[in-house]
Design a protein around this ligand. Structure first.
Ligand code: 6R9
Length: 650
């Protein structure tokens, strides 16, 4: 974003107060902001006491070598003990930890006592395979309980895990195995997706033929689908043969608070993937606190469901570590939302009486496209809170979510954070904040964030710029695995002394924060910086538009011209005059400067597995360029479809 800061185009006047009952019994009330503001470090030291430490920390933050943080450095704890054993010891062994729902309809309830036995056996099994504290373990599994058990078993023996999305190719898997220098890979024959078994093991076999993967000694294979698998004697081991015969008791050993817990790769827009490193004590403190505060979890009565994949950071922090540290009962679903029918998610909410639901805007927009009558066919009255993560949520999608899923009575929390931040950073508190559709609003207690201009000066209310984090936080990344210099360059060099997240944002008249998308996606039109998010939200507020992706394409007159790719509601039938009507609609909502030069109806948009639109690829299409890296797309055929439809897009 150069010269002109982001134009502040969008206005949203709707407001929703917290439901009185929720506010009256909320886990966290307004005084938390005051306590944290009065003494931020004392506030986090207090939150660390939610955990069970073998040795309580006496230090909170060591920032003597910024930006390399140490939190609770002299404390010692076992993360798996905190997520499992201590709940059993507290008498909650019979509480269900995981309601697993397989895509084909099989289900399995795992109590905390059972989880303790499974994690203990898996920890013994890893030890038998020679895994020691500090060794890296690659996990390439579908959404089945063994994924969670494997992660916790690694944590239990101090072996950092590196999850790789089941949807990623052998190449992507190999790169990540090599970079982390993994010793073991945990995988399965396959998983169920869209009503059919989808193989995983062949990608592992292929990845392990690549140079640099020789250090992998064993491949531990879960049987899920029963597909035939190729077998390498001496290397491949069945989970059920090795794990099932292990002892059910395992004594957890405590590790330093700064002991590495996991590496998770983010692709970013360019360059090789970055291995984001998270450690133990600070990470667990923040994910446990934020899960308690943002979702208002009451572990005795709530049924929580986060629809993310465990291979995404949202799965790490808000399926595994946060909820289990808090003793939650949660749903884990293996498959796709429309198998065997478009109402599958709502059927699951009804079946388990889900009270707290956490999902992504892309899923919400997809459900909007399928129609209001789908959720209306199920009893969703158990829900009491809805969360959103992954992208800016367009105000119309927010309103739809609240109305059609939340019965117009439950709060919606829009949570901004990143793989790098480890836990939620900016979000309403459901019992406190008067919600504004489309805005993540305020940093959580103990978190310091602001919006700055090109020179790093805080912008006035009503202006846009760059989102920065101004103080270290407990679950912050500690570095990029094996590359401290890249950590400094990527996050700490743009604004010295501050973390730069890469997102554009604005502050509204009340000082609330609105996220405007990645700065790489911001458009420069006739000297004005315009956010792709705002134009997309304006398009989505038109009744014919289900989804929109906007990019800036090079233009001789205006520097960049706005090009919009849209999915029409109720099918791709294009009514005459619709494109003109849409352009006029955007002009009315945002002003003539934001009017797209081109609007192109398409059937699908290119997305990553975590549901983020890959605008970079659409920019390639709009500028008639050869496509860049497509390996992180959910479905790489989408780009062919778009290109076939638009032979001369630019
Ligand atoms: C948790 C996660 C991080 C990027 C982030 C931002 C976007 C996530 C958002 C949001 C607006 C929200 N993002 N949540 N933008 N509002 N509530 O998504 O991590 O996969 O690393 O992505 O996602 O652009 O910088 P990750």
């Amino acid at each position: 974003m150069s010269k002109e800061s982001l134009a502040n185009l969008m206005t949203e006047e709707r407001r929703f107060a917290p439901p009185a009952e929720l506010a009256a019994g909320a886990n966290v009330t307004a005084d938390a902001y005051e306590a944290a503001a009065a003494d931020r470090l004392a506030f986090w030291a207090e939150q660390a006491r939610r955990l069970s430490w073998e040795q309580e920390p006496t230090q909170t933050l060591d920032w003597s070598n910024p930006p390399f943080a140490k939190w609770f450095a002299d404390g010692r704890l076992n993360v798996a003990y905190n997520c499992v054993d201590r709940h059993v010891e507290a008498g909650h062994g019979d509480r269900v930890a995981i309601h697993f729902e397989g895509e084909p309809g099989d289900s399995r309830a795992i109590t905390y006592a059972e989880l303790q036995r499974e994690v203990s056996k898996a920890a013994h099994a890893l030890t038998e395979l020679g895994v020691e504290a500090g060794d890296r373990v690659a996990i390439y599994l579908p959404m089945i309980p063994e994924a969670i058990i494997a992660m916790l078993a690694c944590a239990r023996i101090g072996a950092p895990h590196s999850l790789v999305f089941g949807g990623f190719s052998a190449d992507a898997l190999a790169t990540r195995i090599v970079d982390a220098d993994a010793r073991i890979v945990i995988t399965s024959d396959g998983g169920w997706r869209r009503g059919a078994p989808s193989a995983l093991k062949p990608a592992v076999d292929e990845a392990l033929t690549r140079p640099g993967t020789e250090a992998v000694r064993s491949v531990l294979v879960v049987r899920r689908t029963g597909q035939d698998v190729a077998w390498r004697e001496g290397r491949d081991v069945w989970w059920h043969e090795l794990v099932d015969r292990q002892p059910e008791e395992h004594t957890p050993q405590a590790f330093d608070a700064e002991h590495p817990l996991f590496i998770l790769y983010t692709s970013g827009t360019t360059g090789k993937p970055k291995g984001i490193l998270h450690t133990s004590g600070g990470y667990l403190t923040q994910v446990a606190y934020t899960h308690h505060a943002v979702f208002d979890l009451k572990p005795e009565s709530d049924v929580y469901w986060c629809t993310a994949d465990v291979g995404w950071v949202t799965g790490h922090s808000y399926i595994v570590y946060g909820p289990l540290a808090n003793g939650a009962t949660e749903v884990v679903y293996e498959g796709t939302p429309n198998t065997p029918h478009n109402g599958r998610w709502w059927e699951i909410v009804q079946k388990y009486g889900v009270t707290l639901l956490y999902t992504a805007p892309t899923a919400i927009r997809t459900c909007m496209k399928w129609g209001d009558d789908v959720p209306a066919g199920f009893d969703l009255s158990s829900l009491r809170l809805l969360g959103s993560v992954g992208e800016p949520i367009n105000p119309e999608a927010w309103i739809w979510y609240r109305k059609h899923i939340g019965g117009d009575r439950v709060p919606v929390v829009d949570t901004w954070w990143q793989t790098e931040t480890g836990g939620i950073m900016i979000s309403p508190l459901p019992g406190v904040t008067h919600a504004k559709p489309g805005s993540a609003q305020v940093p959580l207690p103990g978190i310091s964030a602001t919006v700055v201009d090109d020179d790093g000066n805080e912008v006035a209310n009503g202006s846009g710029g760059y989102l920065t984090l101004t103080e270290p936080w407990p679950s912050m990344l500690r570095t990029i695995w094996g590359d401290d210099q890249r950590y400094l360059d990527t996050y700490w060099s743009r604004f010295p002394g501050r973390y730069f997240a890469g997102d554009g944002a604005k502050k509204d008249a009340d000082g609330d924060i609105w996220l405007l998308g990645r700065v790489d996606d911001v458009m420069l039109v006739s000297g004005h910086n315009i956010s792709t998010t705002e134009v997309e939200s304006a398009l989505v507020s038109h009744p014919r538009i289900a989804e929109a992706a906007v990019v800036g394409a090079t233009d001789p007159q205006t520097t960049q011209a706005i090009v919009a790719f849209v999915i029409l509601r109720g099918g791709a039938e294009e009514a005459p005059g619709l494109v003109d009507e849409l352009r006029a609609h955007v002009a009315k909502e945002l002003g003539p400067i934001a009017k797209p030069k081109k609007i192109l109806p398409v059937d699908e948009l290119p997305k990553t597995r975590s549901g983020k639109i890959m605008r970079r690829l659409l920019r390639d299409v709009a500028e008639n360029r050869e496509l860049g890296d497509v390996t992180t797309l959910t479905d790489s055929t989408v780009m062919d479809l778009i290109q076939a439809k638009l032979p001369s897009a630019a």
